[in-house]
Design a protein. Structure first.
Length: 329
């Protein structure tokens, strides 16, 4: 009994110690997060220069469609402030954050904020310091974001070591569920054999990705690479057929619109002709009525003139008769 009690107390002390350690770690994380938030707020509160313009336009949704962060050295606080603004933006279509020395954790923040973005189509994070944490957040971006079409991660050490590849595996699993992403660049990202196997497995279920760049990864299995290429060729054929079908449908719709326009024009012409004929008929009837009236007036004048002439003729005959009758007296 004493032994069991001692073992129980030892376990409790161990659990309490673990709990204390977890609580301290949690408090430390919260403290670090507050410090990072303060740094972000400080960066935003004194916005100036090109970075200030970028953040302001992102917040106001007045950015250019295609934004490249060139000529600016960003510190971690600025990168996190930028990530938060990207998550809230509703105007930007493409952004390049290549060669910005973005850390693994900050890359994870960028992907995390972009999960709910509904307008961004292209994300370029080439040649940074992204690793397993960023890969895990990017996996969520691939799984839940239905708007991003292109993601480029070239020259990032996504696996950190050949044994640490959980994030890339999660990306592959998310890729199996995604039906919107068209291009994923994993060139020179230190993918290992397990990554290649998971990507090949994912491509058996993905029918929309048409470009998956996996060059520069020397540890991939040759058969997995061939399987991925075959799947991409299959998807490209599907993509081309869908685009061709869309083109045909647009052509039919355009022809129908043209036919509709022609019908509308003909109907309008017909209505105009009917209006003209109606106006012409009214005018003709009016002119005929005027002519009839004028004719009647002329006939009346003629009759009056004839009557006058007849009276004058009768008067002339009466005078002649009187002259002939005068000598008998």
């Amino acid at each position: 009994m004493e032994r069991e009690r001692a073992e129980y107390e030892r376990r409790q002390r161990y659990l309490n110690k673990k709990n204390d350690e977890k609580q301290k770690q949690k408090e430390e994380r919260e403290k670090q997060e507050k410090l990072r938030q303060l740094e972000e707020n400080a960066q935003v509160s004194r916005l100036e220069g090109k970075f200030g313009v970028i953040i302001t336009t992102l917040k106001n949704n007045t950015t250019v469609l295609d934004l490249s962060i060139s000529g600016i050295n960003l510190n971690p606080a600025q990168i996190r402030a930028l990530a938060r603004s990207l998550g809230e933006n509703a105007s930007l279509k493409s952004i390049s954050l290549a060669r910005k020395q973005i850390s693994d954790d900050d890359g994870a923040k960028i992907a995390e904020f972009l999960v709910t973005n509904r307008v961004l189509l292209k994300l370029d994070l080439d040649d940074n310091n992204l690793g397993d944490n960023a890969a895990k957040s990017l996996a969520k971006l691939i799984e839940f974001n239905r708007f991003v079409r292109v993601i480029s991660l070239e020259s990032n050490n996504l696996t950190n070591t050949r044994k640490e590849h959980g994030g890339v595996v999660e990306m592959a699993q998310a890729l199996a569920k995604n039906k919107d992403l068209l291009c994923l660049n994993l060139n020179n990202t230190n993918l290992n054999e397990e990554c290649g196997r998971e990507l090949a497995k994912a491509m058996k279920e993905n029918f929309t990705l048409i470009q998956l760049d996996i060059e520069g990864n020397k540890y991939l299995n040759y058969k997995d690479v061939l399987d991925i290429q075959e799947a991409l060729l299959r998807n490209k054929m599907i993509y081309d057929e869908e685009r061709l079908q869309e083109w045909r449908e647009r052509k039919v719709m355009h022809k129908e619109e043209e036919d509709m326009d022609v019908r509308v024009i003909k109907e309008e012409e017909h209505r105009e002709i009917e209006k003209f004929e109606a106006r012409f008929q009214v005018k003709l009837e009016k002119e005929e009525a005027e002519l009839d009236e004028e004719f009647e007036k002329e006939e009346t004048r003629k009759q009056k003139m004839m009557q006058k002439l007849a009276k004058e003729a009768d008067l002339m005959k009466g005078k002649k008769k009187k002259k002939k009758a005068a000598p008998k007296k």
